[in-house]
Each structure stands twice: as C-alpha cells, then as structure tokens.
Design a binder for this molecule. Structure first.
Ligand code: F6P
Length: 529
C-alpha cells in the first residue's frame, strides 16, 4: 500500500528541509529580485503574496511534485461531479453545486440536483425580498425589524461571519442576531432587547436534532408565545433552514417556510445553501448571488489553473511544508479588517473539523501530522496581545495576513494606518531586528513566514472567493494526507455522551468513569426537583 512518508518526494522534502533550515527568507529576495513577482498571484479580486515564506525554488518545485503525485486531480474531479468521497458517511460532497452557475445537469444518484438547488434559490429570493420590502408581516401586522438566527457550528459560523463582514451592505431597517451557545445567557441577552411582533427567527440546523439549537429554538418559541399571546401565529415568526422538513414542521414551521438543503452539504460548508438565508436577508438576494459568483469563480480557478499558479493548491502546499517538515503546530489567521473579525473562528471550524483526523481513508492510522490548530484575531489588536510570542517566542507560527485595500469613506487615515501596520508586521517577522547580538533581549530573530492576502475590496463577490479559497486549501491538504475531510466523528461522540449524561442525571450510573460520576453528583445537587 502507498505510504506517504515513504514516497521519494516526501523523503526529498525532508532532505530539503535540512538543507535549507538555516536559510534566511530575506536572502531569497537578495538572490532573486523577481521573487515577489514570481511568488504572487491574482485571482479575480484577490491577490496573494506568498514570497515571504521559507520556501526556496527547489522546495516549491518538490512541493508541487507532492501535489502531482497525490490523488488531487482525480479527487477534485470526483468532488465536483458528485462522487461519494465522504466515505464514512457514504455521501457526495457538493457544496460547490450550490454555487454552480454553469449550464448543464449535475447527477447525484441518477438525479439532476440543479433544479432543486435553483428552486431553493428562488425560495430564498422570494422570502428575502418579502421580508426586506416589508411585505412580510408578523402576527400584529407589523414588519420585521429583527432577525435571530438560531444555530451552531456550521449553521452559525458561516452566516454569522459573512453577515458581519458585509455589514456595510446591510438593509438599513433590519438588525441581525446570532444565538448559538446552549448557555441560556446567550439567548436571554438577545431576547431581552426584542419585540416579538417584529422579530423573525430562523432555526438553522441541518439535522433539526442538535441539542443546543433545539433548546434555544424552544426557548425562543416559549418567549414568543408568552409575550405575543398563546394564540399568536408562530408560523409568521419562525422559519427553518434544514434537511429535516418533517421535524421543522412538527416544531410549528409552515411547510413553505422550510428552506431545504441536502445531506451532501457538510455543516461547515453550508453557508452557500439555505443556511445562508440571514446573508440574503441582510445584503439582499442579489448580494447573496454575488457571493456565490465569487465562490464559483474561485471553483473554476481551482479546477483549471495549473498547480504552480493555483491559489488554493499553493496555500495548501505551503501549509504542508510547515506542518510536516518544519514541525509547525498552528496556523495564525490575522485579518487586518474589523469586519472580518469572525473569520478566524469560521476558518477554525472549517479547517479543524475537516482535517483534525488521524486515520486515513482506508481506516489506517497516519504516521504524519494532519490539520493544524487554527487560531487568530484581528490586527492591529493582535499586535498588542500575542504578537510578542510570534516575534520572540520559541514557537514557529506561519501567519496569514488578510486585508482589503479600499478604504471606507471618512476613515481613510485609519485604513492607511491599518494597512501599513500589517505590512510592517509581515516585514518585521521576516527581517527581525539587527540590534544587539543574538542573545540580546532586544533582538528579534526574524525569518518567520507569512502570506499576505489582499482583497481589492470587501465585497460579497470577494468574500465568496476568499471562503472558497480556504475551503479548497483544506480540501487539497486532506487529499495529500489521504484523510476524509468531510466527516466529524469526534464531534458526534461528544453529542452522544452529552445525551447519555443528561438522560442519567437521576441515577448513579456506574458506566461513567469515577471523575464523571463525582462531578455529576455535584451537578445533580442543583437539579433536584
Ligand atoms: O459541529 C458538528 C456539526 O455536525 C457541524 O458540522 C454542524 O455544522 C453542527 O454540528 C450543527 O449541526 P446542525 O446543523 O445539524 O444543527
């Protein structure tokens, strides 16, 4: 059987790591004045500079060979054409179909899925336009002013991140709230500010069985009836985005207000589906479609561009270089853009839930590192928090800096300061400081790698492209590591045990370990009738 670490290319990369370990990234620039031009790339409204990496030309060539020798071409074609690549859940992986704007059918199980996708898009269009225009009325005849999305994980992070990122396009008379945590403090705080007559709840849950979401949805329904009156029309204030139409209807949602999607859309890849309903409500259906167009354009680039000029492939390979050959444990995401403040959290789920695996697609344990710990927060705030460790600490942390070039009117000076801070940091990480000797506490060693990803402007189109870029980066890494990026059995285990523990709160179950039993006894004290 093929073993990744025994491959000739992998072993050549190990040797290259040793041979180049002492190289200075800055020397690569000195040796090649064309380096920035060669190692930067534009795709639509996105520009990637990957020149400030500890990657020589020989390393890059070998990394590209790693991609060439992987199943990338085959697996990518399988994903886009709806083959079953999520083998443990026996499903295709077709979030790309949701933003497919091409002509022609897409067959899954002998059925063209495009008409259903178009039907749901039309449903989102009609509904979002009715709410935004004020045609949609609540039980008292008033128009909707507040939209509350209730969901968790992929049913929260995508629409939450995108609605905040695109806040400047938001409908002026609609406010958006996102409730995810099962901690009642979250929903209580949101509901305290709302009027049931003018509030719309979207219950966003692929399965309609997630404990956190169902509990929050029931609390919202109780609050609604308590405040609006027992007979008030739940159906005028609750809609659902779910694959489970039956459960949504049992909850009290009208059949025509269940926005369907399909088992082949993974939770963390679902913002392109009806889970994106809050985005359409916020920025309008045309804006939502622009976001899909941006993602579609990135899909086309991913399919068509040769690996050496393929943005997701290059980002994936550079990540692999650090994770598997330099021992990097984490990847920092630092958007220099306040509107993107939820992006690190979104990418954390996308990457860690996808590639946090230690068994390959054949069920064999892997003997190499897989997905990194993804973390981060906005710059310039991060500069005054964790950057010290990145500059002078003992860890080796590659960084993705992300920013948009176009300033908002009225705050040009702020935007200039934001961008210059980001460029200063990327430069400082590479160059370090020359002051003092190496042992001097003032000296920064430098030689720390980063990418700079610039958006011409933070538009729906460019955001769509950016998210699709990271989705495909994660996919390429999963293919090279030969893991299934589309299941999440660890999360399922937690869900199952939470169910078992809550069912046994009244008995002293011997099935749990002594620690869990002891802690459960303390919890039980507070829940005696
Ligand atoms: O976190 C695990 C997960 O299954 C995610 O993939 C999903 O986004 C989330 O739970 C919520 O699930 P659901 O949309 O079914 O409520």
């Amino acid at each position: 059987m093929f073993q990744l670490t025994r491959s000739v290319t992998w072993q050549a990369l190990q040797r290259l790591q040793q041979a180049t370990a002492q190289d200075r990234i800055s020397d690569y620039f000195a040796a090649d004045p064309q380096r920035f031009d060669k190692m930067s790339l534009r795709v639509g409204g996105l520009f990637l500079d990957y020149s400030k990496h500890h990657v020589s030309e020989a390393v890059l060539a070998k990394l590209l060979e790693l991609a060439d020798h992987s199943a990338l071409v085959q697996r990518r074609a399988q994903m886009f054409s709806g083959d079953i690549i999520n083998v443990t859940e026996d499903r295709p992986v077709l979030h790309t179909a949701l933003r497919n704007l091409g002509e022609g059918p897409l067959m899954v199980d002998g059925k063209d899925v495009m008409p259903e996708i178009q039907r749901t898009r039309e449903q989102i269009k009609q509904f979002s336009e009715a709410v935004r225009s004020g045609e949609w009325r609540g039980y008292s005849g008033e128009r909707i002013k507040d939209v509350v999305n209730i969901g968790i994980g992929g049913s929260d992070l995508g629409p939450n991140m995108a609605s905040r990122a695109l806040l400047k396009y938001r409908h002026a008379e609609l406010n958006f709230h996102f409730v995810s945590n099962v901690d009642g403090a979250h929903i209580q705080k949101v509901l305290a500010r709302l009027d049931p007559a003018t509030t719309l709840f979207i219950v966003s849950t692929k399965t309609f069985s997630t404990q956190e979401t169902l509990l929050n949805a029931k609390t919202a329904r109780r609050w609604f009836l308590d405040n609006a009156g027992e007979g008030a029309d739940v159906g005028a204030h609750f809609v659902a985005a779910s694959t489970n139409r039956k459960a949504a209807m049992e909850f009290g949602i009208r059949e025509e207000n269940v926005f369907e999607f399909w088992a082949w859309v993974g939770g963390r890849y679902s913002m392109w589906s009806s889970i994106g309903l809050p985005i359409a409500l916020s920025i309008g259906f045309d804006g939502f479609m622009e976001m899909l167009e941006g993602a579609y354009a990135m899909d086309q680039h991913f399919i068509e561009a040769p690996s050496a000029r393929n943005m997701p492939v290059l980002m994936a390979l550079i990540g692999i270089w650090y994770i598997n050959f330099h021992g990097a444990e984490t990847q920092a995401i630092v958007p220099y853009d306040q509107a993107l403040h939820q992006l690190p959290a979104f990418l954390q789920q996308l990457d860690m839930e996808s590639n946090g695996k230690s068994v390959d697609i054949f069920g064999h344990p892997v003997n190499y590192k897989t997905g990194p710990i993804v973390w981060g927060q906005t710059g310039s705030n991060g500069q005054h928090a964790f950057f010290q460790l990145l500059h002078q600490g003992t860890r080796y942390v590659p960084i993705d800096f992300i920013a948009s070039l176009k300033p908002e009117p009225g705050v040009e000076e702020h935007h200039f300061a934001l961008l210059t801070n980001m460029l200063a940091q990327a430069n400082a990480f590479m160059m370090g400081s020359q002051e003092g000797s190496q042992l001097d506490p003032y000296s920064c060693p430098g030689n720390r790698p980063s990418s700079v990803l610039l958006l011409d402007e933070l538009t729906p189109r460019n955001l769509g492209a950016l998210i699709a870029l990271y989705e495909h980066k994660v996919f390429v890494q999963g293919v090279i590591w030969n893991i299934n990026s589309f299941d999440q059995w660890g999360v399922q285990l937690g869900k199952r045990i939470a169910g078992e523990i809550s069912e046994r709160i009244d008995e002293r179950s011997q099935e749990f370990d002594a620690s869990t039993q002891g802690l459960l006894a303390l919890v039980r004290e507070h829940f005696r009738p």
